[in-house]
Design a protein around this ligand. Structure first.
Ligand SMILES: *Cc1c(COP(=O)(O)O)cnc(C)c1O
Length: 475
């Protein structure tokens, strides 16, 4: 299995070569040369493996189709070490909850940080440790977070050999629970940096440090952002696991609804569908930041400026552009790298938009690839959280509420609808209180985390300050 760039570079790479990389050298994203096809016999075998040996065994089957440079026995150990009941709370790892007939939530948020990003990041932590150990190398992960990504990365990398994490976040702007989650990590290899500024300032700092190629090479700076192929690949597995739980046999089709921001999660659904998983529809749910909904409705992809990017009560979907979207457009345009380069490399930086409405391929987004979309606003979230609580005595988080709201608009009669639950309500308590007038439940392992000792360094939004800090900690 070799990987190529969405922008037409002729180079080809193996999995472990792209594992520690971000963008391809031409600025594109990595994708496999072709999606492995899962035939009926294989799908049946995977169903049996899932039902008898569980999620980790299924993960090994999916991953081994895409990874040919880690010996099978090692990859199996990595999967088994990652997807444990101890880390993810249940034997099923991603259990389905049936709300009403044919309408399910797939619980992806019972991992260490209570958001679906753990599903991929926990695997990434073990893959990084394995590969860095094999190479005898070190990596300093530098990131910017507004909440979920940073804590998922830190919990995945804590105590891992060969890895340090430097995570910037906007000082005082994450939810109190998210701050407590991150800042109470005292592991030697985890460094929290609270920047006096907003999330964009943090991202600019990370970019500025990474653009200093000399510094980047010297201090082995890397990232774990959502364009990393390994993260996307890890997420493909739970589409299969959700399907096997919602259906009795492989003749059945299902629909998924995915609360979306950077298009990473739902892009994994697209990959699963391309492999042959019987998915009828992939429903993209956005919040007020509706870049993706606009595209699927109109064919126009228009990135937003920071003044146009709303701060909402589902903050992990507050994006100005959808960084994984290029992967889908590459497939939509028949894998024409030159065209993708013209759109994402040229048109977007020149005009901030491109328009595929007149292109026959745009119709394929729905007809051939099953994509539809919808959006959900603050009032919708409150109403959906209340309704779900009243009718099913179940508290859902704000992002999942966006999914539930949009899913109901796209039901296909007779087909199961699976909404991906992307976080637990405790992470976004203020909105739950607004909706329900009471505090959300807190899993026992997080009792009292607000009063634990904290380790965080507050800094001005200055590149030199961040660099100095990294140099100090690497000494
Ligand atoms: C990151 C995140 C999302 C958005 O996922 P994408 O892969 O960026 O589309 C949705 N909900 C929660 C809770 C998240 O943390």
């Amino acid at each position: 299995m070799l990987y190529l760039s969405t922008r037409g570079d002729p180079g080809r790479k193996h999995f472990c070569e792209i594992l520690l990389e971000g963008l391809a050298p031409d600025g594109g994203l990595y994708l496999p040369e072709a999606y492995p096809q899962v035939d009926a016999a294989t799908l049946q075998r995977w169903r049996e493996i899932h039902d008898t040996r569980g999620y980790a065994a299924l993960a090994f089957e999916v991953l081994s189709l895409y990874i040919d440079d880690i010996p099978a026995d090692d990859l199996r150990v990595i999967c088994e070490k990652t997807y444990t009941e101890a880390a993810f709370g249940t034997r099923e790892i991603v259990p389905l909850k049936e709300l009403e007939d044919h309408f399910y939530l797939e619980a992806l948020s019972n991992g260490p940080t209570l958001a679906f990003k753990d599903m991929a990041m926990q695997l990434l932590g073990n893959l990084f440790e394995y590969e860095l150990g094999r190479r005898g190398e070190q990596l300093n992960i530098l990131g910017a977070t507004s909440g979920d990504t940073g804590s998922a990365a830190e919990y995945a990398m804590r105590g891992k050999k060969g890895v340090r994490v430097f995570m910037t976040s906007p000082n005082g702007r994450m939810s109190p629970f998210q701050q407590a989650q991150m800042f109470s990590l005292l592991d030697d290899n985890i460094h929290n940096i609270a920047i006096d500024g907003v999330f964009d300032d943090c991202q600019d700092l990370v970019k500025a440090v990474s653009n200093d190629l000399d510094f980047k090479r010297r201090y082995k700076i890397g990232t774990v952002n959502s364009i990393n192929w390994a993260r996307l690949l890890a997420q493909v597995v739970y589409y299969f696991a959700g399907y096997f739980q919602a259906t009795r046999d492989n003749a059945q089709k299902v629909c998924f609804t995915v609360p979306s921001g950077n298009f990473g999660n739902v892009c994994a659904g697209h990959v699963a569908r391309q492999m042959g998983l019987p998915i009828e529809r992939l429903v993209v749910a956005t919040n007020e930041n509706d870049v993706l909904d606009e595209f699927f409705r109109t064919g126009v992809y228009r990135v937003r400026g920071s003044a146009d990017t709303h701060e909402t009560s589902s903050p992990s979907m507050d994006i100005s552009k959808a960084s994984n979207f290029e992967r889908f457009v590459f497939d939509l345009l028949g894998r024409d790298g030159a065209r993708v380069k013209a759109l994402f490399g040229d048109a977007l930086s020149r005009d901030g938009r491109f328009d595929l409405s007149a292109d026959p391929a745009f119709r394929d987004a729905a007809a051939r690839y099953g994509f539809v979309s919808g959006k959900s606003l603050h009032a919708d979230r409150l109403a959906t959280i209340r309704d779900t609580w009243k009718r099913f005595a179940l508290m859902i988080d704000t992002h999942t509420a966006d999914g539930v709201k949009v899913a109901r608009e796209h039901l296909v009669p007779g087909l199961p609808m699976i909404v991906l639950e992307t976080a637990l309500p405790i992470k976004f308590a203020a909105t739950i209180v607004e909706a329900l007038g009471c505090e959300p439940d807190r899993p026992a392992k997080f009792e009292g985390i607000e009063s634990l000792p904290r380790r965080v360094t507050v800094m001005p939004a200055q590149v030199q300050a961040v660099k100095r800090f990294i140099v100090e900690k690497c000494a």
